[in-house]
Design a protein. Structure first.
Length: 250
């Protein structure tokens, strides 16, 4: 991986982090470019293999498809999982299973970065309050810029350093991995997206009886070989009819 590629990855990784204000705040950053499916495409463009980037991004997206961050709570961080995990796997010529294996510990590292950012910037928030109370509004207005420096240190620099210096290490690691270990990673890679979907279903399913719709969809796809678009249309019809029924009962 070239230094230019690592710099681009670090720049986009910082722009798509949860507290970066660059891309209309969280709208264009954390909630758009920060999603693994989207970031995977951008990473693929930077690394010169768009298809592989999208495939790996989709795999990580499935793992964290049920991820929500209510009230600043951060159960997992998809930023490091995407902007470090995908490029390293691509640079090593490894498969999707390796990107998923990297995603989990990198996600935890990203959580530490987020909470570290909040803890450090808490000092600057109190400093800003003091400036406002003393009427030094110009200094208070510059505090968010100072606070963003912390985000660059904890987001831009780790992505840059790990991608640039870690690519060769990961490549050597993949080369010496025995077949049995690769097979184990493949098994876990197939299981991890299921965890993501189950987390999402815990949010969506209010009654156990609602699971019958998921079973029906599974049967239509796996047994009847019906395409996703007709199934989505049928699901929308069922959802509308159910909504109308609930409205009349209310």
């Amino acid at each position: 991986m070239s230094i230019f590629q690592a710099l681009l990855l670090a720049l986009f990784g910082w722009m798509s982090s949860i507290y970066s204000p660059v891309l209309c705040g969280g709208l264009g950053g954390w909630y758009t470019l920060g999603r693994p499916l989207v970031s995977g495409m951008v990473i693929g463009i930077i690394m010169g293999d768009v298809q592989t980037g999208i495939i790996m991004g989709a795999a990580i997206q499935m793992l964290y498809i049920g991820l929500v961050t209510p009230g600043g709570a951060m159960p997992a961080d998809v930023n490091f999982a995407s902007w470090i995990g995908i490029p390293l796997a691509m640079a090593a010529g490894a498969g999707t299973e390796f990107a998923l294996a990297l995603a989990v510990p990198l996600s935890t590292l990203g959580v530490f970065a987020v909470y570290g950012l909040c803890a450090i910037n808490l000092f600057f928030v109190h400093k800003q309050d003091a400036y406002i109370e003393s009427g030094e509004l110009d200094k208070a207005a510059r505090i968010p810029i100072v606070g963003q420096i912390t985000n660059i240190v904890l987001r831009f620099i780790p992505i840059l350093v790990i991608n640039y210096f870690g690519a060769d290490l990961v490549t050597k690691l993949v080369e010496i991995m025995p077949v049995w270990l690769t097979d184990i990673l493949q098994i876990f890679a197939n299981m991890l997206p299921l965890v993501g979907f189950m987390l999402l279903m815990r949010t969506l399913v209010k009654k156990d009886l609602d699971l019958i719709y998921f079973v029906l969809g599974f049967i239509l796809v796996s047994v009847a070989n019906i395409g996703m678009i007709p199934i989505v249309i049928a699901a929308l019809v069922i959802a509308y009819l159910k909504y109308q029924t609930s409205e009349k009962e209310a």
